[in-house]
Design a protein around this ligand. Structure first.
Ligand SMILES: [Zn+2]
Length: 65
Protein backbone atom coordinates (compact mmCIF):
# COMPACT_ATOMS: atom_id res chain seq x y z
CA UNK A 1 0.00 0.00 0.00
CA UNK A 2 1.33 3.41 -1.01
CA UNK A 3 1.22 6.18 1.54
CA UNK A 4 -0.22 9.01 -0.51
CA UNK A 5 0.50 11.67 2.06
CA UNK A 6 4.20 10.97 2.38
CA UNK A 7 6.24 13.69 0.66
CA UNK A 8 9.41 13.03 -1.28
CA UNK A 9 11.85 15.23 -3.17
CA UNK A 10 11.28 15.63 -6.89
CA UNK A 11 13.50 17.19 -9.55
CA UNK A 12 11.61 20.16 -11.08
CA UNK A 13 13.43 19.71 -14.37
CA UNK A 14 12.95 16.06 -15.28
CA UNK A 15 10.56 15.02 -12.48
CA UNK A 16 13.01 12.33 -11.45
CA UNK A 17 12.80 11.03 -7.92
CA UNK A 18 16.45 10.08 -7.66
CA UNK A 19 17.53 13.17 -5.73
CA UNK A 20 20.30 13.20 -3.14
CA UNK A 21 22.45 15.68 -1.26
CA UNK A 22 25.10 17.29 -3.43
CA UNK A 23 28.37 16.92 -1.54
CA UNK A 24 30.55 18.38 -4.29
CA UNK A 25 32.89 21.32 -3.62
CA UNK A 26 30.48 23.72 -5.27
CA UNK A 27 28.06 23.26 -2.43
CA UNK A 28 30.58 24.72 0.00
CA UNK A 29 31.10 28.48 -0.12
CA UNK A 30 32.66 30.88 2.37
CA UNK A 31 32.94 28.14 4.96
CA UNK A 32 29.23 27.65 4.93
CA UNK A 33 27.64 24.41 3.96
CA UNK A 34 24.67 24.74 1.75
CA UNK A 35 22.13 22.03 1.77
CA UNK A 36 22.20 21.68 -1.95
CA UNK A 37 20.62 18.74 -3.64
CA UNK A 38 21.36 17.10 -6.94
CA UNK A 39 19.22 15.09 -9.32
CA UNK A 40 21.05 11.89 -10.23
CA UNK A 41 18.94 11.56 -13.33
CA UNK A 42 19.67 14.84 -15.18
CA UNK A 43 22.35 16.43 -12.98
CA UNK A 44 20.24 19.43 -11.99
CA UNK A 45 21.34 21.05 -8.73
CA UNK A 46 19.46 23.50 -6.56
CA UNK A 47 19.01 24.61 -2.99
CA UNK A 48 15.32 24.27 -3.44
CA UNK A 49 13.74 21.08 -4.65
CA UNK A 50 10.00 20.73 -4.41
CA UNK A 51 8.60 18.09 -2.10
CA UNK A 52 5.51 16.37 -3.32
CA UNK A 53 3.19 13.68 -2.09
CA UNK A 54 2.30 10.73 -4.31
CA UNK A 55 -0.98 12.40 -5.13
CA UNK A 56 0.62 15.70 -6.15
CA UNK A 57 3.33 13.94 -8.10
CA UNK A 58 0.77 11.93 -10.01
CA UNK A 59 -1.08 15.12 -10.87
CA UNK A 60 2.12 16.77 -12.08
CA UNK A 61 3.02 13.82 -14.29
CA UNK A 62 -0.37 13.98 -15.96
CA UNK A 63 -0.02 17.72 -16.53
CA UNK A 64 3.35 17.26 -18.21
CA UNK A 65 1.96 14.89 -20.80
ZN1 LIG B 1 16.35 15.84 -12.91
Amino acid sequence: MIDEEKAFTVCPKCLGRDVSWDLSKESYAGGRIFNQKICNNCGFTSLLFPELTEREYDKLLKQKK
